[in-house]
Ligand binder design. Structure first.
Ligand SMILES: Nc1nc2c(c(=O)[nH]1)N[C@H]1C(S)=C(S)[C@@H](COP(=O)(O)O)O[C@H]1N2
Ligand SMILES: [Mo]
Length: 250
Protein backbone atom coordinates (compact mmCIF):
# COMPACT_ATOMS: atom_id res chain seq x y z
CA UNK A 1 0.00 0.00 0.00
CA UNK A 2 2.63 2.41 1.12
CA UNK A 3 4.69 1.57 -1.90
CA UNK A 4 1.75 2.10 -4.23
CA UNK A 5 0.89 5.50 -2.82
CA UNK A 6 4.54 6.42 -2.95
CA UNK A 7 4.71 5.41 -6.59
CA UNK A 8 1.51 7.31 -7.24
CA UNK A 9 2.99 10.32 -5.54
CA UNK A 10 6.11 10.06 -7.65
CA UNK A 11 4.26 9.69 -10.94
CA UNK A 12 1.94 12.44 -9.72
CA UNK A 13 4.80 14.81 -9.17
CA UNK A 14 6.24 13.74 -12.51
CA UNK A 15 2.96 14.83 -14.05
CA UNK A 16 3.18 18.14 -12.22
CA UNK A 17 6.67 18.80 -13.49
CA UNK A 18 5.71 17.66 -16.98
CA UNK A 19 2.64 19.88 -16.98
CA UNK A 20 4.76 22.72 -15.72
CA UNK A 21 7.24 22.36 -18.52
CA UNK A 22 4.46 21.99 -21.09
CA UNK A 23 2.53 24.76 -19.31
CA UNK A 24 5.82 26.55 -19.58
CA UNK A 25 5.55 26.12 -23.32
CA UNK A 26 2.52 28.40 -23.17
CA UNK A 27 5.14 30.78 -21.83
CA UNK A 28 8.00 28.81 -23.27
CA UNK A 29 11.17 27.35 -21.83
CA UNK A 30 12.27 30.92 -22.38
CA UNK A 31 9.95 31.88 -19.49
CA UNK A 32 12.30 33.67 -17.10
CA UNK A 33 11.00 31.53 -14.20
CA UNK A 34 12.27 28.39 -15.90
CA UNK A 35 15.28 29.55 -17.86
CA UNK A 36 17.50 30.86 -15.05
CA UNK A 37 18.16 27.94 -12.75
CA UNK A 38 21.56 28.97 -11.42
CA UNK A 39 20.85 28.81 -7.67
CA UNK A 40 18.62 26.69 -5.37
CA UNK A 41 16.45 29.80 -5.04
CA UNK A 42 15.97 29.82 -8.83
CA UNK A 43 15.10 26.13 -8.75
CA UNK A 44 12.48 26.64 -6.06
CA UNK A 45 11.04 29.57 -8.02
CA UNK A 46 10.93 27.41 -11.13
CA UNK A 47 9.18 24.64 -9.20
CA UNK A 48 6.67 27.11 -7.73
CA UNK A 49 5.98 28.39 -11.22
CA UNK A 50 5.49 24.88 -12.64
CA UNK A 51 3.21 23.76 -9.82
CA UNK A 52 1.12 26.93 -9.89
CA UNK A 53 0.70 26.74 -13.64
CA UNK A 54 -0.50 23.17 -13.22
CA UNK A 55 -2.88 23.95 -10.35
CA UNK A 56 -4.31 26.93 -12.23
CA UNK A 57 -4.41 25.20 -15.60
CA UNK A 58 -8.17 25.80 -15.95
CA UNK A 59 -7.70 29.55 -15.38
CA UNK A 60 -9.87 29.86 -12.25
CA UNK A 61 -10.82 33.36 -11.12
CA UNK A 62 -9.35 34.75 -7.92
CA UNK A 63 -11.82 35.47 -5.14
CA UNK A 64 -13.92 38.58 -5.65
CA UNK A 65 -15.42 40.40 -2.66
CA UNK A 66 -18.56 42.33 -1.96
CA UNK A 67 -18.19 46.12 -2.27
CA UNK A 68 -18.78 46.38 1.48
CA UNK A 69 -15.35 44.77 1.96
CA UNK A 70 -13.43 47.54 0.15
CA UNK A 71 -10.64 48.80 2.43
CA UNK A 72 -11.16 52.28 3.82
CA UNK A 73 -7.43 52.88 3.43
CA UNK A 74 -5.61 51.48 0.41
CA UNK A 75 -1.89 52.13 0.90
CA UNK A 76 0.20 53.39 -1.96
CA UNK A 77 3.90 52.89 -2.36
CA UNK A 78 6.94 53.53 -4.52
CA UNK A 79 6.05 55.98 -7.30
CA UNK A 80 2.98 57.99 -6.32
CA UNK A 81 3.29 60.90 -8.78
CA UNK A 82 5.75 60.37 -11.64
CA UNK A 83 8.34 63.11 -11.97
CA UNK A 84 8.21 63.24 -15.74
CA UNK A 85 7.52 66.48 -17.69
CA UNK A 86 5.36 64.80 -20.37
CA UNK A 87 3.38 62.98 -17.69
CA UNK A 88 2.82 66.20 -15.76
CA UNK A 89 1.58 67.99 -18.88
CA UNK A 90 -0.77 65.14 -19.63
CA UNK A 91 -2.00 65.06 -16.02
CA UNK A 92 -2.84 68.78 -16.25
CA UNK A 93 -4.99 67.94 -19.28
CA UNK A 94 -6.68 65.15 -17.29
CA UNK A 95 -4.93 62.77 -19.67
CA UNK A 96 -7.05 63.92 -22.65
CA UNK A 97 -3.91 63.63 -24.83
CA UNK A 98 -2.79 60.29 -23.39
CA UNK A 99 -2.33 57.41 -25.84
CA UNK A 100 -1.32 53.85 -25.26
CA UNK A 101 0.73 52.36 -28.12
CA UNK A 102 0.29 48.63 -28.69
CA UNK A 103 3.10 47.33 -30.89
CA UNK A 104 5.38 44.37 -31.54
CA UNK A 105 4.01 41.05 -32.75
CA UNK A 106 0.58 42.56 -33.45
CA UNK A 107 -1.52 42.29 -36.62
CA UNK A 108 -2.99 45.79 -36.36
CA UNK A 109 -0.71 47.94 -34.16
CA UNK A 110 -2.36 51.06 -32.83
CA UNK A 111 -2.51 53.68 -30.11
CA UNK A 112 -5.51 53.98 -27.82
CA UNK A 113 -6.80 56.98 -25.90
CA UNK A 114 -8.51 56.78 -22.54
CA UNK A 115 -11.82 57.30 -24.36
CA UNK A 116 -11.00 54.39 -26.69
CA UNK A 117 -10.37 52.10 -23.71
CA UNK A 118 -13.51 53.31 -21.92
CA UNK A 119 -15.55 52.49 -25.03
CA UNK A 120 -14.41 48.85 -24.88
CA UNK A 121 -16.19 46.19 -22.78
CA UNK A 122 -15.46 46.87 -19.10
CA UNK A 123 -14.92 44.55 -16.16
CA UNK A 124 -15.26 45.54 -12.51
CA UNK A 125 -13.71 43.38 -9.79
CA UNK A 126 -13.26 43.73 -6.03
CA UNK A 127 -10.05 41.91 -5.19
CA UNK A 128 -7.33 41.57 -2.59
CA UNK A 129 -4.03 43.24 -3.44
CA UNK A 130 -1.00 41.73 -1.70
CA UNK A 131 2.28 43.60 -1.67
CA UNK A 132 5.58 41.82 -1.17
CA UNK A 133 6.32 44.41 1.51
CA UNK A 134 3.81 42.73 3.80
CA UNK A 135 0.53 44.60 3.46
CA UNK A 136 -2.68 43.87 1.64
CA UNK A 137 -5.88 45.76 0.88
CA UNK A 138 -9.15 45.22 -0.95
CA UNK A 139 -10.05 47.53 -3.79
CA UNK A 140 -12.50 47.72 -6.65
CA UNK A 141 -11.00 48.04 -10.09
CA UNK A 142 -12.71 48.83 -13.39
CA UNK A 143 -11.09 48.51 -16.77
CA UNK A 144 -10.85 46.70 -20.06
CA UNK A 145 -9.62 43.11 -20.02
CA UNK A 146 -6.15 42.96 -21.57
CA UNK A 147 -7.42 39.92 -23.51
CA UNK A 148 -10.01 42.13 -25.19
CA UNK A 149 -7.46 44.76 -26.24
CA UNK A 150 -5.10 42.07 -27.53
CA UNK A 151 -7.90 40.39 -29.50
CA UNK A 152 -8.80 43.81 -30.91
CA UNK A 153 -5.29 44.42 -32.26
CA UNK A 154 -4.66 40.75 -33.06
CA UNK A 155 -1.71 38.85 -31.60
CA UNK A 156 0.59 37.29 -34.18
CA UNK A 157 0.99 33.54 -33.69
CA UNK A 158 4.62 33.90 -32.58
CA UNK A 159 3.65 36.22 -29.70
CA UNK A 160 4.25 34.58 -26.31
CA UNK A 161 4.86 37.45 -23.91
CA UNK A 162 3.37 40.86 -23.26
CA UNK A 163 5.92 43.49 -22.26
CA UNK A 164 4.57 46.56 -20.46
CA UNK A 165 6.41 49.82 -19.76
CA UNK A 166 5.52 52.51 -17.25
CA UNK A 167 6.17 56.23 -17.24
CA UNK A 168 8.47 55.92 -14.20
CA UNK A 169 10.79 53.39 -15.86
CA UNK A 170 9.24 50.29 -14.34
CA UNK A 171 8.68 47.55 -16.88
CA UNK A 172 7.60 43.95 -16.70
CA UNK A 173 6.51 41.02 -18.83
CA UNK A 174 3.77 38.43 -18.60
CA UNK A 175 3.24 35.19 -20.42
CA UNK A 176 -0.02 34.79 -22.32
CA UNK A 177 -1.36 32.50 -19.61
CA UNK A 178 -1.58 35.47 -17.24
CA UNK A 179 -2.00 38.22 -19.84
CA UNK A 180 -5.16 36.60 -21.22
CA UNK A 181 -6.68 35.69 -17.82
CA UNK A 182 -10.18 37.23 -17.52
CA UNK A 183 -9.22 39.23 -14.41
CA UNK A 184 -6.12 40.75 -16.00
CA UNK A 185 -7.39 44.23 -16.78
CA UNK A 186 -6.14 47.66 -17.76
CA UNK A 187 -7.84 49.60 -14.98
CA UNK A 188 -8.88 53.24 -15.39
CA UNK A 189 -11.28 53.24 -12.41
CA UNK A 190 -10.97 52.50 -8.70
CA UNK A 191 -13.66 52.16 -6.03
CA UNK A 192 -16.33 53.59 -8.33
CA UNK A 193 -14.40 56.72 -9.40
CA UNK A 194 -11.51 57.52 -11.72
CA UNK A 195 -8.11 56.00 -11.02
CA UNK A 196 -6.25 58.38 -8.64
CA UNK A 197 -2.77 59.55 -9.67
CA UNK A 198 -1.19 57.87 -6.62
CA UNK A 199 -2.67 54.55 -7.76
CA UNK A 200 -1.38 54.79 -11.33
CA UNK A 201 -3.54 57.15 -13.42
CA UNK A 202 -4.53 57.19 -16.16
CA UNK A 203 -4.25 53.40 -16.53
CA UNK A 204 -2.70 50.63 -14.46
CA UNK A 205 -2.53 46.91 -14.86
CA UNK A 206 -4.25 44.50 -12.48
CA UNK A 207 -2.74 41.00 -12.49
CA UNK A 208 -4.71 39.44 -9.69
CA UNK A 209 -2.87 36.12 -9.41
CA UNK A 210 0.50 37.70 -8.69
CA UNK A 211 1.99 39.96 -6.02
CA UNK A 212 1.39 43.70 -6.17
CA UNK A 213 4.60 44.56 -7.96
CA UNK A 214 3.35 42.88 -11.15
CA UNK A 215 0.37 45.30 -11.28
CA UNK A 216 2.19 48.11 -13.04
CA UNK A 217 0.96 51.67 -12.57
CA UNK A 218 1.27 54.59 -15.07
CA UNK A 219 1.22 52.36 -18.13
CA UNK A 220 2.94 53.94 -21.12
CA UNK A 221 3.30 51.19 -23.74
CA UNK A 222 2.40 47.60 -24.50
CA UNK A 223 4.38 45.31 -26.76
CA UNK A 224 3.91 41.68 -27.77
CA UNK A 225 7.11 39.62 -28.05
CA UNK A 226 8.24 36.09 -28.73
CA UNK A 227 10.96 36.12 -26.08
CA UNK A 228 11.93 38.47 -23.30
CA UNK A 229 15.60 37.66 -22.99
CA UNK A 230 16.41 40.58 -25.30
CA UNK A 231 14.89 43.12 -22.91
CA UNK A 232 17.02 44.83 -20.26
CA UNK A 233 19.30 42.28 -18.64
CA UNK A 234 17.15 39.46 -19.96
CA UNK A 235 15.39 38.65 -16.70
CA UNK A 236 11.99 39.74 -17.96
CA UNK A 237 11.31 42.67 -15.64
CA UNK A 238 12.79 45.58 -13.78
CA UNK A 239 12.15 44.04 -10.38
CA UNK A 240 13.68 40.73 -11.51
CA UNK A 241 16.86 42.67 -12.24
CA UNK A 242 16.72 43.82 -8.60
CA UNK A 243 16.42 40.22 -7.36
CA UNK A 244 12.66 39.68 -7.09
CA UNK A 245 11.12 36.69 -8.86
CA UNK A 246 9.75 37.34 -12.34
CA UNK A 247 6.85 35.09 -11.47
CA UNK A 248 5.18 36.25 -8.25
CA UNK A 249 2.24 33.85 -8.08
CA UNK A 250 0.05 33.88 -4.98
N1 LIG B 1 4.97 51.98 -12.49
C1 LIG B 1 4.91 51.49 -11.24
N2 LIG B 1 4.12 50.44 -11.00
C2 LIG B 1 4.04 49.92 -9.75
C3 LIG B 1 4.83 50.42 -8.70
C4 LIG B 1 5.64 51.55 -9.00
O1 LIG B 1 6.32 52.13 -8.13
N3 LIG B 1 5.66 52.05 -10.28
N4 LIG B 1 4.80 49.81 -7.46
C5 LIG B 1 4.30 48.41 -7.44
C6 LIG B 1 4.05 47.84 -6.13
S1 LIG B 1 5.36 47.14 -5.32
C7 LIG B 1 2.80 47.71 -5.64
S2 LIG B 1 2.46 46.89 -4.19
C8 LIG B 1 1.68 48.38 -6.29
C9 LIG B 1 1.17 49.45 -5.39
O2 LIG B 1 0.02 50.02 -5.92
P1 LIG B 1 -0.68 51.18 -5.14
O3 LIG B 1 0.34 52.27 -4.95
O4 LIG B 1 -1.84 51.56 -5.98
O5 LIG B 1 -1.10 50.62 -3.80
O6 LIG B 1 2.00 48.94 -7.55
C10 LIG B 1 3.03 48.29 -8.25
N5 LIG B 1 3.19 48.89 -9.55
MO1 LIG C 1 4.43 45.93 -3.69
Amino acid sequence: MRDLSRRRLLTGSGAILGAGLVGGSLGGCDAPALSQLATPYDWSNGLTFAVQRWLLRHQPLVREFDRSRISTVFPTINTTDPDDPAYKRSKDLEFADWKLPVTGLIERPGAFSLADLRAMPARTQVTLHSCEQGWSAIGEWTGVPLAHLLAHVGLKPQARFIVIRSVDGWWDSYDLFDALHPQTILAYGMNGGGLPVKHGAPVRLRVERQLGYKSLKYIAAIEAAERVDGYGKGRGSMVAELGFPWYAGI
